[in-house]
Design a protein around this ligand. Structure first.
Ligand SMILES: Nc1nc2c(ncn2[C@@H]2O[C@H](COP(=O)(O)OP(=O)(O)OP(=O)(O)O)[C@@H](O)[C@H]2O)c(=O)[nH]1
Ligand SMILES: [Mg+2]
Length: 492
């Protein structure tokens, strides 16, 4: 997501720093580059111009130039204006308390409506609601079946009628009627048909549903990959239907960022959610501040923490920690934890949410953490449960069998076992609060060629002759001891 705009913006920010001192000329040159970065990300000319004018108005002048850190001030202004450009957002969905609420999903063909209906239903169900999906796309023969499959996956009922005898309006009306009559559902989500382009026939169909069914929310699904086209279609849909919110789908793809940055400015309608994958749990609330931070390469720890909280339940974490403290953390536990981390999304995207990691990942193009994890999973998958719980039992014969089973080299199995030893040691150290064990394990991992993402490990020169690690504090103590010893010797 946003690789190129992040890179271009950061290049622009370094232009502010050229010559060591920020001048008005530096600011104007830097803003010229910010302008270029936005245009390349497929932000429209008008939105870009307005944005740059606003930033320039605030950034050029004595207030910034005479501040303590003018460069950071300008970067801060760009950040704040990006936040203003995309927000504010109200994530609520106008859900009624004691009545059935209706959400109508509209959008161009293939934008992701049906998938997003499923994602939203799943989310609402998780929040305690009882959604009903209505198959109002009678255009495409397979559309009803597609929604039915999605409904089955998330355990949400789907209302449909025979497309030969019914009409989209009738299906919507009857779906809502049924929800009201049976009381089985409190939210009805209408999955409407799409067209390749906005045309009169489509708009007439949607306007009729809008007029007669009176949905509480009309949400437009836009494909983020289509940049300015998405924004233009949003404008047309909004003029006809008064859209309440946009859901930007396919944000996990190679999108340049234009749609996310300009939809609000052009249509006045905020982005409420973003789709970040094909699976039905890949829907996130849209937060302009987090998005601005991601775009500027500053990561998004908050979303990462929320994802982690959802995946890891507190009791299970406590159990795992207990196991770690007791040194009983097995390869099976290791695999389960790794699976949970993976279920949070593609590793590259997860790592980008950690501040500062984005740039590092771009520098190391060959990072393929997902592939590496799949390989580890395959190796552990080829072990018996007994071997996973007691890896010390894995001898040469077993190692060769595991290698054949997982399609790997025997050395790969050995390497994993070595890594596991270190990680288990490190976890024991962490859980027990023993910094020494933790550092020792991290040093071992570094020696095995695994990196130290925390950057906390001391450089080689800080190592003592005995091979251990010497902190500054320890060194001071050692020096003091040596001094005292020398004094004592002199006195003798
Ligand atoms: N990567 C990715 N793919 C998505 C996302 N949302 C939807 N898709 C995919 O986009 C394709 C089209 O999705 P649909 O939900 O069928 O789109 P639609 O708007 O209902 O399409 P029509 O009913 O034909 O108008 C499918 O292959 C989805 O899996 C997303 O957030 N990320
Ligand atoms: Mg559809």
């Amino acid at each position: 997501m946003f690789e190129s705009i992040t890179k271009n913006l950061n290049e622009a920010f370094s232009a502010f720093r050229i010559g060591g001192k920020l001048t008005e000329k530096n600011i104007r040159d830097g803003l010229q580059q910010v302008r270029q970065a936005l245009l390349e990300a497929d932000v429209s000319y008008d939105v870009t111009k307005e944005f740059i004018d606003k930033v320039a108005e605030e950034a050029v002048g004595d207030k910034v130039l005479k501040s303590l850190d003018p460069t950071e001030q300008v970067v801060g202004i760009v950040y704040q204006e990006l936040v203003n450009l995309m927000g504010p957002v109200d994530h609520s969905l106008a859900i009624k308390r004691n009545d059935v609420s209706v959400i109508m999903m509209v959008g161009l063909q293939g934008s992701g409506k049906t998938t997003t209906c499923g994602k939203l239903a799943r989310l609402l169900k998780e929040q305690g609601h009882r959604p009903l999906l209505v198959a109002a796309d009678l255009q495409r023969p397979a559309a009803i079946e597609q929604l039915r499959v999605i409904g089955e996956q998330i355990g949400v009922p789907v209302y449909s009628e025979d497309p030969k005898t019914s009409s989209p309006l009738k299906v919507c009306q009857n779906g809502v009627k049924q929800a009201k009559k049976t009381g089985d559902a409190d939210i009805v989500i209408l999955d409407t048909a799409g067209r390749l382009h906005v045309d009169d026939e489509l708009m007439a169909e949607l306007e009729a549903i809008d007029r007669k069914v009176r949905p509480d929310q009309a949400l437009l699904v836009c494909d983020a990959m289509t940049g300015q086209d998405a924004v233009n279609s949003a404008k047309t849909f909004n003029e006809a239907l008064e859209i309440d919110g946009v859901i930007l789908s396919k944000m996990d793809g190679d999108t340049r960022g234009g749609a996310a940055l300009s939809v609000k400015q052009v249509t006045g309608v905020p982005i409420k959610f973003i789709g970040v994958g094909e699976q039905l749990d890949r829907l996130e609330e849209f937060h302009p501040d987090r998005m601005a931070s991601r775009i500027m390469g500053g990561g998004d720890l908050q979303t990462l923490m929320e994802k982690a909280q959802r995946e890891f339940d507190a009791d299970d974490m406590e159990r795992q920690q207990q196991k770690m403290r007791e040194g009983k953390f097995s390869l099976e536990d290791f695999r389960n934890q790794m699976r949970k981390v993976r279920s949070m999304g593609p590793m590259k995207e997860i790592m980008k949410m950690i501040p500062g990691m984005g740039g590092m990942l771009d520098a190391a193009d060959n990072v393929d953490a997902d592939k590496e994890m799949s390989r580890i999973e395959a190796i552990i998958g080829s072990m018996t449960m007994d071997e996973r719980e007691n890896p010390q039992k894995i001898d040469r014969n077993r190692r060769n069998r595991i290698a054949i089973g997982s399609g790997c080299d025997p050395t790969d199995v050995s390497q994993l076992l070595k890594q596991y030893d270190s990680i288990a040691g490190m976890m024991k150290g962490m859980a027990g609060g023993g910094m020494k064990d933790q550092w020792k394990a991290m040093r071992q991992m570094q020696e095995m060629g695994m990196s130290d993402p925390s950057g906390a490990l001391p450089k080689e020169k800080n190592r003592s002759k005995r091979g251990g690690l010497v902190s500054k504090e320890e060194k001071r103590k050692q020096n003091k001891k040596q001094k005292q010893a020398r004094k004592k010797n002199r006195r003798k």
